[in-house]
Ligand binder design. Structure first.
Ligand code: CTP
Ligand code: CA
Length: 228
């Protein structure tokens, strides 16, 4: 009864989450992508919804059902993810970037399947850098004015604490969440490192949905403290 009457921590808020990998095509049947199950991002979207928020989930190619009550936008490439994120960020209060965005895409896209030419020579692929979605949001007018609270994730293969601290500063975001190794994909549990201006805190290993609820609570407190 008490819980029923308690206002939910994110009631009236719009939370935007990116999740999963991106896929960068080189021709109609091939491309490059990243490892990412999308589970952590989907768990965060579900937890934010449970906390009373309106939730937009921008998802790369994943094999996951949409959490109840969450508005989902499916995309493939980083550029599509950026466009969908920019659109939803117009009235979002909190942005959580969990997506494993491909840092580069093939420089050239062929409308037809690239064929072997019979010479035994493999093609050389050229790449161009993709837009940094989190950085774009963090540098947006709404984030700078305090209307949009941005949270980043970092998957590192070494020196997590140092890299996470550096990444938080480089992106200019109040909170960066590190996946505490070893780097595993598709697992149902995880351990997280929270890096903010005050320092470093660990959320010990637990099921992703449990961690997602803890993380959403941590984000809600910080967003509120910073005026959102
Ligand atoms: N990110 C993003 N768009 C990109 C690259 C990353 O939005 N093009 C976001 C991720 O969703 C994550 C954060 O930025 O929240 C950090 O991603 P990560 O790959 O760890 O960092 P990078 O800045 O890409 O640096 P690097 O991969 O070289 O470590
Ligand atoms: Ca990257």
């Amino acid at each position: 009864i008490v819980a029923f009457f308690q206002p939910k921590v994110l009631a009236g808020r719009h939370v935007l989450v990116t999740a999963g990998p991106t896929f960068e095509a080189m021709d109609p049947i091939r491309g490059i992508t990243n490892h990412s199950s999308g589970k952590m991002g989907f768990a965060i979207a579900r937890a934010a919804r449970e906390a009373g928020a309106r939730v937009t989930l921008v998802a790369g190619p994943v094999h996951l059902g949409t959490p109840r009550g969450v508005d989902r936008v499916d995309v493939q490439s980083a550029r599509q993810m950026l466009a969908a994120t920019e659109a939803a960020a117009k009235d979002a209060d909190i942005f959580v970037a969990t997506a494993a965005v491909a840092d580069w895409r093939p420089a050239n896209h062929s409308d037809q399947k690239i064929k072997k030419d019979g010479s035994g020579q493999a093609p050389t692929l050229a790449f161009v850098e993709n837009p940094d979605i989190l950085l774009a949001m963090a540098q947006s007018e709404r984030a700078r004015s305090g209307a949009l609270f941005c949270v980043g994730f970092a998957a590192e293969s070494e020196n997590l604490v140092a890299h996470a601290k550096a990444k938080r500063e480089r992106k200019g975001i109040p909170l960066l969440v590190g996946n505490i190794g070893p780097l595993t994909f598709g697992q149902d549990d995880n351990a997280l490192l929270l890096v903010d201006a005050d320092g470093v805190r660990e959320l010990p290993r637990a099921a992703k949905q449990v961690l997602a609820r803890e993380l959403v609570a941590e984000i809600a407190v910080r967003a509120r403290a910073s005026g959102r």
